[in-house]
Ligand binder design. Structure first.
Ligand code: ADE
Length: 237
């Protein structure tokens, strides 16, 4: 039986989903509140992990150990790293990488994102979940989704020089603060995952102005895609 863990960093990113859930039971673990029940008939556990990589990683480990989820989705907002991605558009993460992990002075093979001791530099999402998420995004807002890489770090990116550096280092389509940690932890637990992000800002000098205006719109649009995806996973059996 499939059970989907749904993680948002902030409550605005999952509020809509919690309202649609049925048969809900609530559990506290590691300072987080886990809502277990059904969404579009699919067994789910919805949780707000808090901002940043450590919160995100802890949350995935609890979902794996205590709730035995079979799949994980991270839903939320992101800054665009791509001129073609406008506010409100979607990125479906087919891989995720740290933009703030840099050990190259120890060894030139440790390019940005490479965690020493780990065989891969970017953590690959599950192909079937990527397809479900992309189809769901087309249902919600046709022609406004791209599949690509997500770059994560413990930083709100709001300067064009930093944005360009992240693009050069990672070739990602968007930046946020949890996806790669969720991907890393899910990958270590052999749990398939996908990241769905809606663009709230351009991760440049306009970000501080745009983010508060578009955060709620982008977050709710992203939750709508996650809900559509839950339907597709349930129908798939
Ligand atoms: N989440 C949304 N916008 C972001 C940005 N510009 N940097 C990091 N995380 C974000």
């Amino acid at each position: 039986m499939k059970k989907l863990g749904i993680i948002g960093a902030m409550s605005i990113e999952v509020e809509q989903l919690k309202e649609k859930m049925t048969d809900v039971s609530v559990t506290q673990r590691a300072g987080m509140t886990f809502y277990e029940g059904r969404l579009e008939q699919l067994p789910v556990v919805v949780v707000v992990c808090g901002v940043g990589k450590v919160n995100a990683a802890m949350c995935v480990q609890v979902l794996c150990d205590c709730f035995r989820v079979t799949h994980i989705v991270n839903t939320g907002v992101a800054g665009s790293l791509c001129a073609d991605l406008d506010i409100g558009d979607f990125v479906i993460g087919e891989s995720a990488i740290y933009h703030d992990f840099d050990c190259h002075v120890l060894n030139p093979h440790y390019v940005v994102g490479q965690v020493p001791g780990i065989a891969i530099r970017a953590f690959p999402a599950d192909k079937q979940l990527v397809n479900f998420a992309f189809d769901a995004a087309q249902t919600v807002y046709a022609g406004h989704a791209k599949i690509g890489r997500v770059a994560s770090g413990d930083q709100f990116v709001s300067q064009k020089e930093k944005k360009q550096q992240i693009i050069d280092d990672t070739q990602a389509l968007c930046t946020e603060m949890e996806g790669a940690a969720i991907a890393h932890t899910a990958w270590r637990n052999c749990v398939p995952f996908v990241i769905i992000r809606a663009i709230s800002d351009k991760a440049d000098d306009s970000a501080q102005m745009d983010y508060p205006t578009f955060e709620a719109i982008a977050a709710m649009r992203c939750a709508a895609v996650t809900c559509e995806m839950a339907k597709k996973i349930f129908q798939d059996g």
